[in-house]
Structure formats: C-alpha cells, structure tokens
Ligand binder design. Structure first.
Ligand code: GLA
Length: 732
C-alpha cells in the first residue's frame, strides 16, 4: 500500500496489491480521475488520458481553452462551469450565486486515518491504511474543501468523504454535499441495487445502465428497507464467481441518494451521499461540515470476492469494542412467543427452558415499560412496569442470571406514543409542523433527536434502567419513517438541517450508551431491516435482518443481505410454525439450517415444541456453538441464487481452507428430476477433504461438484418442499 505524489505531473497514485486509484490536478485546477481499477504500475505522468478536444457545443475552461470538464472524469464535480453532469455539491453564497469552483491548493499524505467527528466511519491503525487529503479552495466564497481518500492494506478499497470549511465571515448555504463521485471511462455496466420493503428486505435487482441517470434513494429519515445504501456497478457478464465490479457502501443511516449517470461522452458518473432533497446546511464563518463516508471497493474476481471484502473490512475496521470479531451469543427472544402479553413468571418459564436447550442469552422484547400493553401507549416512558417486572429490570436480570443466562432487553428510544407521560409533559419534543396534523406510524410520533435536550432526557432515563442491572445486550428498535420533519429547536433557516441532525442525535445517543456500558452487545432493528446499513454497524455490530422469520423467505433476504454485510451482522432466529408472517410451515431443521448463517437464536417459547423437536434444538445449539466462529467469520460464498432457481446454496470456508460448511435448500419441490450436482468453491484444490463419510479432493468438490444423491441417502430430496441440509467438510 502506498500513495505516490508525482510532483511534476501533479498526479496522485493510491495503490495496494489489488487496486490503483489515480487522480490529478486538472487543467481547470479541480481534481480529475485518471484511473480506478485493478492495480497497474506507476508512471510519472498519466495525463495522456486527459481529453483536450475542441468539440461543437461543449464549453471549455476559460484559462486553457481546450479543457472541458464534461469530457473528462471529475473527482468532486461542481455545477456551473463546464461540467453539465450531476454535481457532487452545491453552495449558495450570500448574493445568491450557486457557482463555485474549488481548485487544488495543497495536500497531506499520512499513515492511518482520521475520525469524522460525530459520524460513523471505518478506522485504521498506522500500518493498516494511508490517507490522502486534498485541500481545495474557492476564493470567491472563501471556502476550503477537503477531499479525503484512505487506501487500506490488503483490501481493494478506498474510503472517501469531503469536508467544507467556511473561512470567511459571511454565511453560506450548502445546498448539496455528497460524499463521493467516481467517474468511469465507459458505460458498459449494470447496477445491482437492493430493493424491498418491510418483511422483504434487500432483494437484488439488476438494471442495465444507459444514457441518463439511474438512481436509488431514501427520503424516510432512515436508510430504509426500500432501497439499501449499498449498490454494485458491474460488467454485464460479472457474476458471483468472476468478473469486474465496483461496490459503493454508505456509512450512514439517514436519507441518501446513489446514482449512476451516463453522459453523452462515454462517461459513467457514480455519486453517493446525503440526499439533497430537504437538505440545506447553513455554514457560518469558521464552521466546518463533514460528509459521511462512502467505502468504495473494486474486484476483478466476482461478487463473492466483493462481498468478502466488505465482510472482512467491516468486521476488522468498522465494528468496534468488545464484540469485534467475537462469536455472538445464542439468544432466545420472547417477541413472537408472547408479544406484550407477559409476566415475570411467564418470561422466566421461557428462559428456563431456553437454558435447558443450551441458549446463552435471554432477551426481553417490547412491553416491559410504562403503560405498554399494546402498541398504542407507553413509548417514551422508559420506566419498568411494576405489574410485569415487580423488582424492575435489575430484579429480572438477577433471576435470569441465576438460571445461568445472560440478559438483555428491547428499547425504541427515538419514539413516543401520544398516549405517554413523556408526550403529555413535552408535546413540543416531537418532529411536527406547528398547526399541521402529524402523521402517525404504528400509533407513534418521532422524537426530535436533532435537539440535544431530548437526547439527554432519553439517555438519562435509559441510563437509570441499565445501570444497576446486569445487562449484556440491548435491541434498539426504530419503527417508523420520519414525516412532517420540522424542529422547534431551530430557526426557520436551519430547518434544512433537521434530517441530518436527527441522525447525528441517534449516533450521539449510541455513543453515550456505548461509552457508559462498553460491554453491552447492541443489535439494531427498524421494523426488522429498515435501517440495515454500515453506519449502524459502527455502533451495533449486528442488526435484526427482517421481521419475516419464515425460513424460505429468509433465504432470499439473507442471501441479498450478504452482498454488502458480514454474516455475523445478520440477526437470524428460528421461530414457530406456521410462520406468523407467511403462514408457511417448515421443519425445525430447515429453520435452523437457514438461521445458522447469521447470529442465530430462537424467537419462540421452547416449552411449546414437542420433545423430539426439543432434542433437535439442543443439537442445533451444540452445532452452532461448535461452528459459529467459522460461520460468522469465515469466507462466505453464495453458490446458487434463490432468485434464479428453486434451490439455493451457500457455504463458508475457513481462512486456512481446512474447514467448510455448506447449506443447501430446496425452496420448491422439483418432481421427477435428477438430484444434480453442486459445485463448491474456495477450497484448496490439492487438499483432501472428508464430507459425511467419504473423502474427496478439493478440485473434485469444486469442479465435478458434490452429488446431491449422497444426501438423498440421509432423507434429503429436492422433490420435497423446504427440504434442506447443512454439511461440514474437513480437510484430512
Ligand atoms: C419491531 C421489531 C420486532 C419487535 C417489535 C416490538 O417490529 O422489528 O422484532 O421487536 O418491533 O414491538
């Protein structure tokens, strides 16, 4: 890994073993991209790739008269001079002008990486990364722009963000401040995005890119289940196993936009950042605004490799604290078992049975506080309901601990029910437009987390519940999108700052709770996977993937999630059948075979299953305890897509290739067909492996494949709906 500055040509070459990212000071003084892709040799001067061509109807830079931004690749394009594409930023001066042009002033190259204040971001020790900061200047507005690039050792990744500083005394308005722009020199690409909604999150969808813009966004105040803030730009023939692709992952949990724009000159522009819709940041003299980070990756080895890059980088350089790279406790959550209808006694009964099965952590979900007996009341009143928890959270924690289990509970700190003491006391603490009706979502309003006093208040309430109780885990939920976004905490001209300040408020509460209780494992949740993003992983290393716990639907949801997020971050539980969301019944084995590929746990009352199933549950927990390190931190490979055939398969391989686990699932029976073969991947071709009771060479398993007939002997068949098997492969 290194960052070379070629002084005479004004070019910067960031590289490591896998990628090169080459940028230069353009004739206009702004920064231009010369190359981003597989590693290439350095040379003093790559400026032969800069187009200086007079063409009809393009504008050229006033000083050079031959250089047009439109024909070249920009690093952080402005609008208003010679680039007619979508800009990365826009600034309004006091006189109303929105034209600006930041030119190179100086740069700084250093080992490691700086933090972005108040925001989540990847981090790196001095030997893990190098950073280039370019200082750009716009004399007219008296502003500087810092473009930051970090290249990591061992990962084909560049992390980028931007920072604006107002050095003058007049205030300016930032109308738009995206985090990055990557211009590619041709347009033969497809965009893979991850669409969905509640209970069907992160379904991969491929769109062919062509002239004009293709975009995804969120305007819900959260990153959303509708469009995940992660996407891939790939060659049409790239698949999971081979080919070129770029990944873009936004380390942020609020409104975003991601866009690919194909102009008339073969340029493909990729932009990502905070959604400019309803965003205006007032920057007074001396103030700074930092954008969130985008983590950009490149692979020439297919999408499994791209995913593994994000998995490892996020496990090693995004997730922090005690739970970094630690196998996760197997938990039992009472939500689907009891909803809000429980007593301490009924909870302890579920917990006792969970302990008997081998569960390690018991989680008390919604309904323990205030007047919370249904979803019409109580949110905001973070005080134990004495009818349900007679000795408070501390008392229940003690009793659960006495059973030999760790204990954790559910919160939804950003919300308030109109029917709550908090709302009656502070009706002005919600996001609402004075005089206008407020839209409810799940009968609740959103607290104004853009205000410090609101965040403080919630922090103090939660602190009291957690402190003094032995709490190992917290599930932090967020169950509605933001509407009528207006804050009584700021003047009219700052209302455009509220969405972002809200997210900063959420991050600051997380930060305070983590600092106060560093050992607690946080799991984020937002009606399932409505806020499953890299920003959240910085605070909560795992996320409840979906409220849809149906094993067959989960195959698709978890498969889609695996493109951008580590397996260990995917909250996955076995729940009761018929499934509460889909009505589908699958065997206890298939439910576990799916849930293994995530954090693993149970979302049911184990007293309610029969003895035979309970014995199986015990075996499942034993299996997961034995293999979770490999499953959660090994190299994960998607093998067969649940979106293309009736069967799906995935596998994990240990870093030393000595052990692997394969999961195979039949989503829909195929009658009167041959069982077929499944080709494995990622193994050592020359090693000998044992699978079930036979031995094979690695190359045999990867090229000839395993015959599913082997598993027919054990009762598995593809002519049975929802059949599945999981098998362990060991090097001899
Ligand atoms: C959301 C979550 C569920 C559960 C309920 C509790 O829907 O996604 O897992 O915690 O809230 O109200």
């Amino acid at each position: 890994m290194n960052i070379i500055w070629n002084k005479t040509s004004g070019q910067f070459h960031l590289y490591n073993d896998r990628i090169s990212y080459i940028i230069a000071v353009a004739p206009s003084g702004e920064m231009t991209n010369l190359y981003f892709g597989k590693r290439i040799h350095d040379r003093e001067d790559f400026s032969y790739v800069v187009f200086r061509m007079g063409m009809p109807n393009i504008a050229v830079d006033a000083d050079t008269e031959t250089y047009s931004m439109e024909l070249n690749r920009q690093e952080y394009p402005s609008f208003g001079t010679t680039d007619f594409g979508t800009s990365a930023f826009e600034i309004e001066s006091e006189n109303g002008s929105r034209v600006s042009s930041f030119v190179y002033k100086s740069h700084n190259i250093f080992s490691g990486k700086r933090v972005i204040s108040g925001l989540p971001a990847t981090y790196a020790a001095e030997n893990e990364a190098m950073t280039l900061e370019l200082e750009m200047e716009d004399e007219q507005t008296q502003m500087t722009l810092l473009l930051s690039y970090t290249i990591f050792e061992g990962y084909p990744v560049v992390a980028r963000h931007a920072e604006f500083k107002n050095n003058g005394s007049a205030k300016v308005k930032i109308i738009k401040a995206l985090s990055c722009c990557v211009d590619l020199p041709d347009q033969d690409y497809e965009m893979v995005q991850f669409n969905g909604a509640w209970a069907r999150e992160r379904m991969p969808v491929v769109r062919r890119l062509t002239g004009g813009t293709t975009s995804i966004e969120s305007k819900r105040g959260v990153s959303s289940a509708n469009f995940n803030p992660f996407f891939i730009i790939k060659r049409p023939n790239t698949d999971d196993f081979a080919g070129d692709a770029y990944g873009f992952s936004f380390v942020y949990s609020g409104n975003f936009i991601a866009m690919a724009e194909a102009n008339s000159y073969e340029r493909l522009r990729i932009l990502m950042g905070i959604n400019p819709e309803r965003f205006t940041w007032v920057l007074n003299g001396g103030e700074t605004f930092e954008t969130p980070e985008v983590v950009i990756a490149h692979t020439d080895q297919g999408l499994n490799d791209l995913s593994q890059t994000y998995h490892s980088l996020y496990n090693n350089n995004l997730v922090r604290g005690k739970w970094k790279n630690k196998p996760r406790p197997i938990l039992n959550n009472n939500w689907e078992a009891t909803f809000m209808d429980f007593t301490e006694e009924s909870i302890l009964k579920i917990a006792a049975k969970a302990k008997e099965a081998g569960v390690e952590l018991f989680v008390l979900d919604d309904g323990w506080f205030g007047e919370r007996n249904d979803d019409f009341a109580g949110l905001g009143d973070w005080v134990e309901n004495p009818g349900k928890l007679p000795q408070g959270m501390a008392g229940l924690a003690r009793k659960v601990n006495a059973l030999g289990l760790q204990f954790g509970f559910w919160i939804e700190p950003e919300m308030v029910n109109p029917n709550s003491n908090l709302f009656r006391r502070h009706p002005d603490w919600v996001l609402a437009v004075p005089g206008r009706k407020s839209s409810l979502g799940r009968h609740q309003l959103v607290l104004d987390f853009s205000r410090e006093e609101v965040v403080d208040y919630i922090y103090n309430m939660l602190y009291k519940v957690i402190d003094g109780a032995n709490i190992s885990y917290i599930k932090w939920d967020m169950n509605r999108s933001l509407t009528e976004v207006f804050s009584l905490g700021c003047p009219p001209e700052e209302q455009g700052m509220v969405y972002h300040r809200y997210v900063l408020g959420v991050y600051s509460l997380y930060t305070r709770l983590i600092e106060a209780f560093p050992d607690i494992l946080f799991e984020s949740c937002s009606s399932g996977g409505n806020r499953f993003d890299a920003g959240m992983l910085y605070y909560a290393p795992q996320a409840w993937c979906s409220d849809n716990t149906d094993a067959i639907d989960r195959l698709r949801i978890q498969y889609g999630t695996s493109y951008g997020y580590p397996i260990v971050s995917i909250g996955s539980h076995v729940s009761a059948v018929p499934n509460q969301q889909t009505g589908r019944s699958t065997s206890i084995s298939t439910r576990a075979n799916v849930a293994y590929f995530g954090t693993f746990g149970y979302e049911l009352d184990l007293n309610e299953i029969d003895d035979k199933e309970f014995e199986k549950v015990k075996e499942q927990i034993e299996f997961m305890k034995k293999h979770r390190e490999l499953i959660q931190f090994g190299d994960f490979f998607r093998l067969r897509s649940p979106f293309e055939t009736d069967q799906t398969a995935w596998m994990v391989v240990s870093k030393d290739k000595k052990k692997a686990i394969v999961g195979f699932y039949c989503m829909r029976s195929n009658v009167n067909t041959l069982p077929g073969f499944l080709k494995l991947t990622g193994l050592d071709p020359d090693a000998r492996y044992r699978m079930e009771d036979k031995e094979y060479y690695g190359d045999e398993l990867m090229n000839m494949g395993i015959t599913l007939l082997e598993f027919y002997k054990k009762g598995f068949t593809i002519s049975e709906d929802y059949a599945s098997f999981v098998t362990v492969i060991d090097a001899i």
